[in-house]
Design a protein around this ligand. Structure first.
Ligand code: CYC
Length: 161
C-alpha cells in the first residue's frame, strides 16, 4: 500500500533530493484536508451498517435480484453481497485516508472481475450499488469527503468494467 507521503518521498529519496516545491505543495494540500478525512472516517466507522443498508435499499432491493433465480438469492448470497459492499466501503475509506488508490488495486480489485464473471455476479448491478453508495456517502459525510470517496468508488467501478 502507498500513501501520498510515501508516493512523494520515495522518488525524492531515489534521487537524493529534498522535496520539490510542487511535492511540498501536494503535501500541504494533503495535510490541510487531513482532519476532514479523519472526521469522515470516524463517521463511516460509526454508521457503516446504515450506509450499507441504505445503499442496498436504493439500488438492489425491490427487484428480481433478491427473488429465486436472482444472484442475491438465497440468504447466503444476499449476505455475500452485503459483505462485498462492506469491503468496498472499508477499502475506499482506507484509500481516502491515504489519499492513494493503490490499496484498492492490491486488496480489492486483484482478480475480482474474473471471480464475479465465474460466479455469475452481475457486474452492472454491482456498479449500480457503488453509484448508490456514492450518493449515500455524500449525504452521510458531506460533499467534500463524499467527493474524495466517490473518486475511489469510481476506481473500483473502472476496475470492474
Ligand atoms: C462472492 N465476492 C464473492 C467472492 C469473492 C468476493 C472473493 C467469492 C467467494 C465468496 O463467496 O466468498 C469478493 N472477496 C471479495 C472482495 C474481497 C474478498 C471484494 C476483498 C477484500 O476477499 N451479488 C449481487 C450483487 C452483489 C453480489 C449485485 C453485491 C453488490 O447480485 C455479490 N459476491 C456477491 C455474491 C457472491 C459473491 C452474491 C456469492 C456468489 C455465489 O457464491 O454464487
Amino acid at each position: 500500500m502507498q500513501d501520498t507521503i510515501t508516493a512523494l518521498i520515495n522518488p525524492a529519496d531515489a534521487q537524493g533530493q529534498y522535496l520539490s516545491d510542487a511535492a511540498l505543495n501536494q503535501l500541504r494540500q494533503y495535510f490541510e484536508r487531513g482532519m476532514m478525512r479523519v472526521k469522515a472516517a470516524a463517521t463511516i466507522s460509526a454508521t457503516a451498517s446504515q450506509i450499507i443498508s441504505r445503499t442496498v435499499a436504493k439500488s438492489l432491493l425491490y427487484g428480481d435480484i433478491t427473488l429465486p433465480g436472482g444472484n442475491m438469492y438465497p440468504t447466503r448470497r444476499y449476505a455475500a453481497c452485503l459483505r462485498d459492499l462492506n469491503y468496498f466501503l472499508r477499502y475506499a475509506t482506507y484509500a481516502m485516508l491515504a489519499a492513494d488508490p493503490s490499496i484498492l488495486d492490491e486488496r480489492v480489485l486483484n482478480g475480482l472481475k474474473e471471480t464475479y464473471q465465474t460466479l455469475g455476479v452481475p457486474i452492472d448491478r454491482v456498479v449500480q450499488a457503488l453509484n448508490a453508495m456514492k450518493e449515500v456517502l455524500n449525504e452521510t459525510v458531506g460533499s467534500e469527503a463524499g467527493q474524495e470517496l466517490a473518486g475511489y468508488l469510481d476506481h473500483i467501478i473502472a476496475g470492474l468494467s
